[in-house]
Design a protein around this ligand. Structure first.
Ligand code: FDA
Length: 507
């Protein structure tokens, strides 16, 4: 059995074979399933038909990771690195070839240095832990990354990462100043020893391609002690589509301090048995409500924002509200396994970039699609661009979606895990909706966001994949940065050990 040899190799190559043995889980181990499922967030990949790893290693020391890489290479096993396990296509927990999971959940220290406005965080730390530890020390510092507190920082920065501070401070990857990285030969590198090209590639080039990031040094950004959070809802029958239409012209032009999103979701209508669409206009303003109301009255009067729609609160409280947990104690952020209430159990996601406002007829057609039965647990989020995103060059990091975008569309098609047998129905709806949007979104390439991983846009072969073939999906995620990513990949991992369905190919 290949993994028996692998296990022997591991104990041989570990300085402390007794301690590593407690960190290894094979299928005969009684906690194998619970360790596997501990951060496998998308329950679409928990069915009995989903391929499972031969071995899961939960290292506590760098030497354990070095040994795992060495022995996997030696015995022809693929490795999948897992930090927070949120990969939308399950790539950190699932592979179609014999594989080992390197689960970094025990690599999760968070060290905040308020004076120097930086934090060293290990890849297995969740965003919730990081936000909690920053807020514990300062109410006027933050790290620009996603809202959802269970996401791992390891995969998140690897794919760019964005959240409430996108228009003010850019992506998470834009705000990283150093990293600790382990390559295919077990060398531990930092920014200086890895060089600027690799440091560029790991901050947005997608996880699982270059090696394993052990830790990141984050640059913390200033925020006001209180921010303003507002929410306005509008049902389709009360001209929600018209309001979304207006939003398209305004959101990207607002000051950098405003992050104004739209969430579209189907709801039951007042007529029994029929559905309609609810549009939720959420905004975060880095300032007071007294400043925000006149600004919105002037720039977006159609929204009709009033004081009743808004509250002032700390930034960490705004994170709680956006997680759908406004009344929970902050300590829940330290519990990386508590599911976010507003996220569906099983899901398929897609993404698009919009460069020209979608005509009202197009929006209305999309609203109609959303009332389809298969879309019952779907959420569509429109993420405003502009702000600093217009001023960061496309090649500053691998994340290329900068100037010229009005907004990004995030399609999150959800369902209950008990309905996994009907997965195809939901995938079909997602693909139909995506096809419907074709005339309205970016073209040549039809851009997509790597952290909203979507294997429909193209995948590598299990065996050799040419650069040309991988370019099909690669240009969508990275545009002109794809070639440099392939060059860096060829330099750091010339035998293509770190590979998966959408890993960067060799050039
Ligand atoms: P996971 O551990 O699954 O890793 C993702 C990928 O990176 C895999 O290919 C993995 O092998 C690789 N990888 C993981 N750790 C690595 C390491 N240390 N070194 C090298 N490679 C590594 N995104 C966003 O930008 N804004 C948002 O608002 C949201 N919201 C959101 C909500 C929910 C509910 C989910 C499930 C996801 C999001 N995301 C998101 C997407 C999220 O940013 C994306 O899935 C990240 O890659 C997740 O990082 P994890 O470490 O959790 O994933």
């Amino acid at each position: 059995l290949p993994h028996q040899n692998f296990l022997q190799c591991l104990s041989l190559h570990s300085h402390d074979s007794s301690s590593i043995s407690k960190l290894i889980f094979t299928r005969t181990n009684s906690s194998y399933e619970s360790v596997l499922d501990s951060t496998l967030w998308n329950l679409r990949f928990t069915t009995t038909n989903t391929p499972k790893p031969l071995v899961i290693v939960t290292p506590t020391q760098i030497s354990h990771i070095q040994a795992t890489i060495h022995c996997s290479k030696k015995h022809g096993l693929q490795t999948r690195t897992r930090s927070g396990g949120h990969d939308y296509e399950g790539l950190s927990s699932v592979a179609k070839v014999p594989f080992v999971i390197i689960d970094l959940s025990k690599f999760r220290s968070v060290d905040v240095d308020v004076e120097n406005r930086v934090a060293w965080v290990q890849s297995g730390a969740t965003l919730g832990e990081i936000y909690y530890r920053i807020a514990e020390k300062s109410s006027t510092l933050a790290f620009p990354a996603a809202v959802f507190h269970t996401i791992g920082i390891g995969g998140h920065i690897s794919g760019g990462g964005f959240g409430l501070l996108l228009r003010k401070y850019g992506t998470a990857g834009d705000n990283v100043v150093d990293a600790q990285f382990i390559d295919v030969n077990g060398r531990v590198l930092n920014r200086k020893s890895m060089g600027e090209d690799l440091f560029w590639a790991i901050r947005g080039g997608g996880g699982g391609s270059f090696g394993i990031v052990l830790a990141w040094k984050l640059s913390l950004v200033p925020i006001p002690a209180n921010v303003t959070v507002c929410s306005v809802t509008r049902i389709r029958e009360l001209n929600a589509a018209e309001l979304v239409n207006r939003w398209q012209y305004i959101a990207h032009t607002l000051p950098d301090e405003v992050y104004s999103t739209v969430l579209l979701t189907p709801v039951n209508s007042t007529q029994p048995g029929t559905r309609t669409v609810l549009a939720i206009f959420n905004s975060l303003f880095l300032g007071t409500v007294n400043e925000f109301l006149p600004l919105m009255e002037q720039r977006f009067p159609e929204l009709g924002l009033t004081r009743q729609n808004c509250s002032e609160m700390s930034y960490i409280q705004a994170i709680m509200v956006n997680n759908g947990m406004p009344n929970q104690p902050l300590e829940i952020l330290l519990n990386g396994t508590s599911r976010v209430p507003i996220v569906s159990p099983s899901y398929k996601v897609k993404s698009d970039y919009v460069k020209k406002p979608i005509p009202l007829t197009g929006l209305n057609g999309f609203f109609s699609q959303l009332t389809d039965e298969a879309a019952a647990m779907t959420t569509i989020i429109l993420v405003p661009y502009g702000g600093i995103m217009d001023r960061i060059p496309e090649n500053a990091t691998p994340f290329p979606h900068r100037a010229g975008n009005l907004y990004k569309i995030f399609y999150d098609v959800g369902w209950q895990a008990t309905d996994n047998i009907n997965t195809q129905k939901y995938l079909d709806w997602a693909r139909k909706a995506y096809t419907y949007m074709t005339p309205f979104v970016s073209k040549s390439p039809r851009e997509a966001y790597i952290n909203f991983r979507d294997l429909d846009i193209g995948t590598n072969n299990i065996g050799y994949t040419s650069y040309a073939q991988a370019s099909v999906w690669g240009y969508k995620y990275f545009k002109g940065n794809f070639k440099k990513l392939a060059l860096v990949k060829t330099m750091i991992d010339p035998e293509n050990f770190f590979k998966h369905e959408q890993s960067i190919p060799l050039l």
